[in-house]
Ligand binder design. Sequence first.
Ligand SMILES: N[C@@H](CCC(=O)N[C@@H](CS)C(=O)NCC(=O)O)C(=O)O
Length: 206
Amino acid sequence: MKLYQSTTSPFVRKVRIAAAELGLIGQIEMLDVSQEFKTGGPTAREANIVKSNPLGQVPTLLTDDGIAIADSRVICEYLNHRAGGEIFPSDPAKRWTALMDQTVGDGLLDAALLARYEGFLRPEEKRWDKWSEGQMTKVRAVLAVIEAKAAEFGDRLDIGTITFASGLAYLDLRFGDLGWRDGHPETAAWFARIEQRPAFAQQKLG
Ligand SMILES: N[C@@H](CCC(=O)N[C@@H](CS)C(=O)NCC(=O)O)C(=O)O
């Protein structure tokens, strides 16, 4: 398998952690994106990726059968299926919780990424503060949801908790000023714990 990837992408990190937890990371050749794409995002489409994925996004996985799979959700599900894993739990009660947590965690990532593009890519005179604040309001709302559940996470490992951890790591990377640990002690304690797992510690963002 080959993975179009960037080490600063939180969606890529979801995939890399899932692959590592499932014992598949060694079977994936990493195809790094250019520096231009890394800093330009949607304004710097990369022809190689577009050939396989019209959205031109990372992560994009090329399977050994020559199929292109895009979107971290679908790639993680593919890897889980291939490994016969339980990152997407088969037990229905656990499954819907994990999937909803993934949706909410991806929502945090989407909002944070849009705020990042607005604050970093968009020319200063064209920035729209109210729009960025709307995105950060979503981030804060998800943080509150995680905080309300974090004490019960224990050692839960599934696509929901992987997504939450990727979201928090992205906030550390790009939104240090947010100080998300303030007011979220349960989340901070859980995050510190899960980040010690080898699969997480070895797939750092940055
Ligand atoms: N829903 C997608 C989002 C992927 C995404 O937004 N990737 C960003 C990098 S973090 C990207 O490729 N941005 C460039 C673009 O959107 O053109 C997923 O879960 O993989």
